[in-house]
Design a protein around this ligand. Structure first.
Ligand SMILES: Nc1ncnc2c1ncn2[C@@H]1O[C@H](COP(=O)(O)OP(=O)(O)OP(=O)(O)O)[C@@H](O)[C@H]1O
Ligand SMILES: O=P(O)(O)OC[C@H]1O[C@H](OP(=O)(O)OP(=O)(O)O)[C@H](O)[C@@H]1O
Ligand SMILES: [Mg+2]
Length: 283
């Protein structure tokens, strides 16, 4: 039975559970359920603290985990990213009160508060910045400046709202970009059949979310111009309409381009243009 770690709290938890549900896996019905078995799919799910997941997977006790890229790096656990999932996207950045510093090099010798000391220490070492004192805090790291325990912070920034509320400014370039990811133990074989099936299901959810199915009718002499706008993944399906001289075209298009493509299709003479969401797929 495949053993999979899922975040039980925080920004990763709800989107990870939603994605697994969409991929056809049973998920827990109450937040107090810490372990559940999905008999039909031969999978056991362990709901763990996001920060602990890389540790369990790195130890080889669990086959697969969903966590954040920043948490994986911070843990330094022997686990590897195998699939990016596109949710819980964030950047990880230095920040401080205006005038504190403008580049990472200006931070040398300062006290820096963070919940991710592993990520920060690695970044400072890579940039040759010495003498920093990393103050490890669990959360609400931004407040540490006002309370005087640090001169700068390194924290997750998504919309920037938290920094703006406190009048803080980012310092230097982003330390890293993060999102939810699937991890496996480092060096785990890539040929495990149940792991491959799990990953295929999640990849299919990503494709189903990223594309819509587009259908339209067009005069046959304009088909070549139209299919150039909707080339599909392999090739569009073109079938004759009952009405002479007309064709029906069907192709997958990126969901975020759908309206732009519909405008372009209309301008080359397409009619009855429909965009339909994809419930599930295997590409
Ligand atoms: N505001 C946010 N937007 C997007 N992703 C975030 C945000 N805050 C944290 N994350 C991501 O969530 C993961 C950390 O999860 P964790 O549960 O430890 O913290 P959290 O989501 O901030 O929850 P909490 O602070 O309530 O415990 C990291 O991958 C981090 O990049
Ligand atoms: O750029 P923003 O959109 O404002 O998001 C970033 C904030 O979100 C997270 O905090 P969270 O609410 O999880 O609280 P925490 O600091 O206790 O983790 C993170 O630690 C930042 O503080
Ligand atoms: Mg948080």
């Amino acid at each position: 039975m495949l053993r999979i770690a899922i975040p039980n709290k925080g920004s990763l938890s709800e989107p990870a559970t939603a994605m697994l549900h969409e991929a056809g896996y049973r998920q827990r019905s109450a937040s107090k359920e810490l372990v559940i078995v999905d008999e039909q799919n031969d999978v056991e799910f362990f709901y763990l603290r996001p920060r602990d997941i890389a540790v369990y997977v790195g130890s080889g006790r669990l086959d697969i985990g969903i966590t954040g890229r920043d948490l994986l790096l911070d843990s330094a656990a022997p686990a590897q990213e195998v699939l990016p999932l596109g949710f819980a996207r964030s950047t990880f950045r230095f920040a401080g009160t205006p005038g504190t510093a403008s580049t990472v090099h200006d931070l040398a010798g300062m006290a820096i508060a963070t919940s991710y000391p592993g990520v920060v220490a690695k970044h400072l070492a890579e940039h040759g910045v010495d003498g920093c004192n990393l103050v490890r805090l669990d959360g609400a790291v931004e407040t540490s400046l006002q309370l005087g325990v640090a001169q700068a912070i390194a924290d997750v920034v998504e919309t920037g709202t938290t920094l703006a509320h406190l009048g803080l400014k980012v310092i230097g370039d982003p330390i890293m970009e993060s999102e939810g990811i699937v991890i496996r133990p480092a060096g785990a074989p890539t040929t495990n059949e149940s792991v491959t099936r799990f990953l295929r299901r999640l990849e299919s959810v990503l494709v189903a979310r990223a594309y819509v199915m587009m259908d339209y009718n067009i005069r046959t002499e304009h088909v070549e111009t139209a299919v150039a706008l909707t080339p599909g993944l392999q090739s569009p399906t073109v079938s004759p309409l009952h009405r002479d001289g007309w064709s029906a075209v069907r192709a997958m298009v990126p969901a975020d381009q759908a309206q732009r493509i519909m405008d372009a299709l209309e301008s080359v003479g397409a009619h009855a243009i429909l965009a339909t969401s994809i419930h599930a797929c295997r590409i």
